[in-house]
Design a protein around this ligand. Structure first.
Ligand code: E4P
Length: 219
């Protein structure tokens, strides 16, 4: 499973990229609004750090305007994936941009029927928002399972990008369901490493080593 960071914060992106674990980045207008500087500069700087897809979302709602915006975004950098919201206009824009070779991520997916239409429109990625479904007492992970089953039935190549992940178990469950990608806030990424028994184990090993290290090292 590929791991993306769900942030526009360059320092977090640099930190995880330096670990060699970063496959891509997703942004949205809310995440961009938290950063200083101009939209295009923020995106370009992210693209220069990440060796993989960098998702940039359009803010227009009409198909022709989304298409123009998507083309502009794609010119910014070869890593750009254009994120388009799941609406009828969005699907028209998805079809056009995809046919021009511009990869599109159809975002704000909350039902399997939406994901089916996005794949038929030629989306390279779909983003089911799990956490937001959980927030309203639906089981977000069931949506991922249904989308994967539908795509498998018909051989769609659209990648399933599990989004709106709020905690490590969301990531584990997305991996068990077979999602192609999980996009995580930096905080959730950091939580994936953590286990108290790992910390205790390291402490014990080092304590035992240090007791006899002079002998072991022949000093
Ligand atoms: C995905 O691409 C979105 O940017 C993101 O995962 C939304 O997450 P949220 O529901 O926590 O805002």
């Amino acid at each position: 499973m590929k791991l993306f960071l769900d942030t526009a914060h360059l320092e977090d992106i640099k930190r995880v990229a330096a670990m060699g674990l970063l496959d891509g980045v997703t942004t949205n207008p809310t995440l961009i609004s938290r950063e200083e500087g101009k939209f295009k500069d923020i995106l370009y700087n992210i693209c220069e750090v990440v060796k993989g897809p960098v998702n940039a979302e359009v803010v227009s709602l009409k198909a022709d305007e989304m298409i123009a915006e998507g083309r502009e975004l794609a010119k910014l950098h070869e890593n750009i994936v254009v994120k388009i919201p799941m609406t009828p206009d969005g699907l028209v824009a998805t079809k056009t941009l995809s046919s021009e070779g511009i990869p599109v991520n159809v975002t704000l997916i909350f039902s399997p029927s939406q994901a089916l239409l996005a794949a038929k429109a030629g989306a390279a990625y779909v983003s089911p928002f799990l956490g937001r479904l959980d927030d309203i007492s639906h089981v977000g992970m069931e949506l991922v399972q249904q989308i994967i089953a539908i795509y498998d039935n018909y051989g769609f190549s659209t990648e399933v990008l599990a989004a709106s992940l709020r905690h490590p178990m969301h990531v584990v469950e997305a991996a068990l369901a077979g999602a192609d990608i999980a996009t995580l806030p930096p905080k959730v990424f950091d939580q994936l490493f953590k286990h108290p028994l790992t910390d205790i184990g390291i402490d014990r090993f080092l304590a035992d080593w240090n007791k006899v290290k002079d002998r072991l090292l022949g000093q």
